[in-house]
Design a protein around this ligand. Structure first.
Ligand code: TSX
Ligand code: MN
Length: 605
C-alpha cells in the first residue's frame, strides 16, 4: 500500500519516528496512497495540474498573472471557526477563560469517531516544513499530514519545504499536525471541487504533546496548520516553557534619513490594516520601511541581551478585499505572479478582482459564489475574508535581513486598535510593566468585515485572543517576566490610526502618513524626541511630532477624563475574568491609572 504519486515505496523515503507516525495515521485514515512531499518544482506542477483537473483551481490568465490560480471554496467553509477550536490541556485552568477547553481523553475519543477511514479514496500527503530561517537556532520543524492537495501547494508558499527539511524531520523533533477535509470517497466516487465537512469541523491542540488535529475544513488557518495552530497556539506554549515569545506581530525595519535603522514588532486586532503597516510606503522624505514579516514573530533573547526576531513564515496569506495600489502597493506588486487566490471574484479576462481593488468593478465578473456579478444586487463579488497566498520573496519592500538565521534586533513593540475616540494617536509606556498593561488592555471596535455588532468594543489582548495556546493570565505573567537584568528591553508604544471627530470624519490620514508616528517612536528610542507624562502614558511633545498641516494636535491627543474612567471600569471587569491567574502588576497598573486620571487636569502638552 505504500506508494506515492510516482509509485515509489514509502519505506525507502522516510525512517525513524516519522515513519512510525505516518504508518499509524495511514492505518487510522485509510488513504488510497501516500505521497511524501519534497517541495520540488515538478511535484508542485503535478499537484497544480491535479487541482485544475479536480476543479479546485482555475488557472488565471498567464498574460496578466503568470503561474497563478483561483479557488472558490464551499460557501460554508470560508473562515476560521473559533467556537470549534479547542485547547486540550490536562487541566481546564491551563487553557484559561478565553479558550475553549476539552478534556484530552474526551477529545481523543471524539477524534476516534471522526478520523477512522476519513481519507478513503484520497491521497495522504506528508508535508515536512521548517518555520523560520533554515540553519537558525530559532527555527522549528513540523510535519503536516493532509488529504488536501490545496493545502500542500499553499503550505509550499507559506513555509519552507524541501529535500533538506525532509531529511531533518527524520532525526529531529517536529510538531505533529494531522488534517483531513473529512470527506472520504466511495469506490469510484468523484470528489467535489472543494471537499469539506462543515458540520463536523474541529480544530484541536494538545499543547502538552505538541500535537494538532484538524477535521472538516480546507480553509486558511483551519487547514494550513503551520500558521495559527503551530506558529501561534502551540509555539506560544513552547515559548512559555523555553523563555521565548511567539507573537501575532508584523516585523518591519524603519530607517531614518540619517540611515539609522530600528526594527519594530507590532500587533493589531483584525481590520486595523496590519498587512498595510507591514508594507508601508512612507510619505516623509528620507524615511524607509522594509518588511520582515506581516503576521507572526518568534522572538528570542541572545547572549548580548538583545531580543532577536524571526518571521516563522515564508509567504503572505492576506485578506484581499481593501487591498489596492492606494492602500498597499507592495502587496499588490507581490501578487503579480506565482500566487493563489481564494474566494475573490474572477474577471471576464480570467484575472481576479475584489472590493476595494479599484473604484469601479469591471464588467462581466463571476462572484466567489460562481454566479454572474450584478453590481445592482448590492451583493459583494468577493467574500470579505477572501485571501491571497504569495511568496514573501515577491514583496518589493522585503528587508535584506528577512531570512537572517540570527533574526533582527527588536527596538520597540507597537500595540494598536481601532477606536473612534479617546485613544490618542500614539503614546509610549513609561515602564515595561506599563507596556505589558498596554498590551493586556488592547481593544478594537468591530467593523462590518467581521461577524458581531459593528462599533462594539472587543477586548483582544496582544491581538492573541484566539491564538494563545494557554491561560491568558499566565501569558501576561510571561510578558512581565521578560524584564530581567542585562536585557535591552524594547520600548513599548500604543497607536490608534482611527480617531474620528464629532462629525464622524477620520482626524488622521493614516496609511503612509503613519510614518510620522513611527518617526516619533524612532526618535524617542534615539533620545531625540520629548514626551509629556500623563496617566495613560507618555504623549509626544507638540514640537517633537511632525503632523500634517490639516491635523489638529489637540484632537489627536485629547485625554477625555470621563471616557478613561469608564474604560478603566470596563478593564477591571475584563481583568476579573482571569481571577487568581491575573498578575498583580497589571491590577496595580490599572489601579494607578484610575487614581491618576481621577485627579488629573489636562495640562498643556
Ligand atoms: O490599513 C489602514 N491603515 C494602516 C496603514 C498603514 N487602514 C485601512 C484599515 C482597514 C483594514 C486605515 N484606514 C488607516 C490606516 O492607517 N486609516 C484608516 C482610516 C482612514 C480611511 C480613509 C481615509 C483616511 C483615514 N481617507 C482620506 O483621508 C482621504
Ligand atoms: Mn493574523
Amino acid at each position: 500500500m505504500w506508494k506515492n504519486l510516482e509509485e515509489e515505496v514509502m519505506a525507502d523515503q522516510i525512517s525513524g519516528e516519522l515513519q512510525r507516525w505516518v504508518e499509524e495515521i495511514a492505518q487510522l485514515t485509510q488513504p488510497d496512497s501516500i505521497h511524501i512531499v519534497n517541495g520540488s518544482e515538478g511535484e508542485n506542477q503535478t499537484l497544480l495540474n491535479l487541482l485544475v483537473e479536480n476543479g479546485t483551481f482555475t488557472k488565471l490568465n498567464p498574460e496578466k498573472r503568470p503561474n497563478s490560480y483561483l479557488a472558490m471554496s464551499n460557501p460554508e467553509d470560508v473562515a476560521r471557526v473559533e467556537d470549534r477550536t479547542f485547547i486540550c490541556s490536562k487541566e481546564e485552568i491551563d487553557a484559561g477563560p478565553t479558550n475553549n477547553w476539552e478534556d484530552p481523553v474526551k477529545m481523543r475519543e471524539k477524534l476516534s469517531s471522526l478520523f477512522p477511514g476519513c481519507m478513503k479514496g484520497r491521497v495522504m500527503y506528508v508535508i515536512p516544513f521548517c518555520m523560520g530561517p533554515e540553519n537558525s537556532p530559532y527555527s522549528r520543524l513540523g510535519v503536516e499530514i493532509t488529504d488536501s492537495a490545496y493545502v500542500v501547494v499553499n503550505m509550499r508558499i507559506m513555509t519552507r519545504i524541501n529535500q533538506k527539511v525532509l531529511e531533518r524531520v527524520q532525526t529531529e523533533a517536529f510538531v505533529k499536525c494531522v488534517h483531513s477535509v473529512g470527506m472520504p470517497l466511495e469506490e469510484g466516487q468523484k470528489s467535489v471541487s472543494w471537499p469539506c465537512n462543515p458540520k463536523n469541523i474541529v480544530i484541536t491542540h494538545f499543547p502538552e504533546e505538541g500535537e494538532i488535529w484538524s477535521f472538516g475544513s480546507g480553509y486558511g488557518g483551519n487547514a494550513l496548520l503551520s500558521k495559527k495552530c503551530f506558529a501561534l497556539r502551540i509555539a506560544s506554549c513552547i515559548a512559555k516553557s523555553q523563555g521565548w515569545m511567539a507573537e501575532h506581530m508584523l516585523i518591519v525595519g524603519i530607517t531614518n534619513p540619517e540611515g539609522k535603522k530600528h526594527y519594530i514588532a507590532a500587533s493589531f486586532p483584525s481590520a486595523c490594516g496590519k498587512t498595510n503597516l507591514a508594507m508601508l510606503e512612507p510619505t516623509l522624505p528620507g524615511w524607509k520601511v522594509e518588511c520582515v514579516g506581516d503576521d507572526i514573530a518568534w522572538m528570542f533573547w541572545n547572549e548580548e541581551g538583545e531580543l532577536r526576531a524571526v518571521n516563522p513564515e515564508f509567504g503572505c496569506f492576506g485578506v484581499a478585499p481593501g487591498t489596492s495600489m492606494k492602500t498597499n502597493k507592495s502587496a499588490m506588486e507581490s501578487l503579480h505572479a506565482n500566487s493563489f487566490f481564494t474566494n475573490v471574484a474572477k474577471t471576464a479576462d480570467n484575472d481576479v478582482w475584489w472590493e476595494g481593488m479599484t473604484e469601479e468593478p469591471p464588467e462581466g465578473m463571476t462572484t466567489w459564489l460562481k454566479e454572474p456579478y450584478d453590481p445592482a444586487s448590492g451583493k459583494v463579488a468577493s467574500h470579505p475574508n477572501a485571501r491571497f497566498t504569495a511568496p514573501i520573496q515577491q514583496v518589493p519592500c522585503l528587508d535584506s535581513a528577512w531570512n537572517d538565521p540570527e533574526g533582527v534586533p527588536i527596538s520597540a513593540f507597537v500595540f494598536g486598535g481601532r477606536r473612534a475616540s479617546m485613544m490618542p494617536l500614539v503614546r509610549e509606556a513609561a515602564s515595561w510593566q506599563q507596556g505589558v498593561f498596554f498590551g493586556a488592555a488592547m481593544t478594537s471596535e468591530m467593523t462590518a468585515a467581521a461577524k458581531g455588532t459593528v462599533g462594539k468594543v472587543r477586548h483582544d489582548p496582544f491581538a492573541m485572543l484566539p491564538f494563545c495556546g494557554y491561560n491568558m493570565g499566565d501569558y501576561f505573567t510571561h510578558w512581565l517576566s521578560q524584564e530581567k537584568e542585562g536585557r535591552k528591553l524594547p520600548a513599548i508604544f500604543y497607536v490608534n490610526w482611527f480617531l474620528k471627530d464629532e462629525e464622524g470624519h477620520f482626524v488622521w490620514p493614516g496609511f503612509g502618513e503613519n510614518i510620522r508616528a513611527l518617526a516619533w517612536m524612532c526618535n524617542r528610542i534615539d533620545g531625540k524626541a520629548g514626551a509629556v507624562e500623563t496617566p495613560i502614558g507618555l504623549l509626544p511633545k507638540r514640537e517633537d511630532l511632525d503632523i500634517p498641516q490639516e491635523c489638529d494636535y489637540g484632537k489627536l491627543f485629547f485625554v477625555d477624563r470621563d471616557k478613561w474612567l469608564q474604560e478603566a471600569e470596563d478593564l477591571a471587569a475584563y481583568f476579573d475574568l482571569f481571577k487568581e491567574r491575573l498578575p498583580v502588576a497589571l491590577k496595580d497598573e490599572l489601579h494607578r491609572m484610575s487614581q491618576e486620571i481621577g485627579s488629573w487636569t489636562a495640562k498643556d502638552l
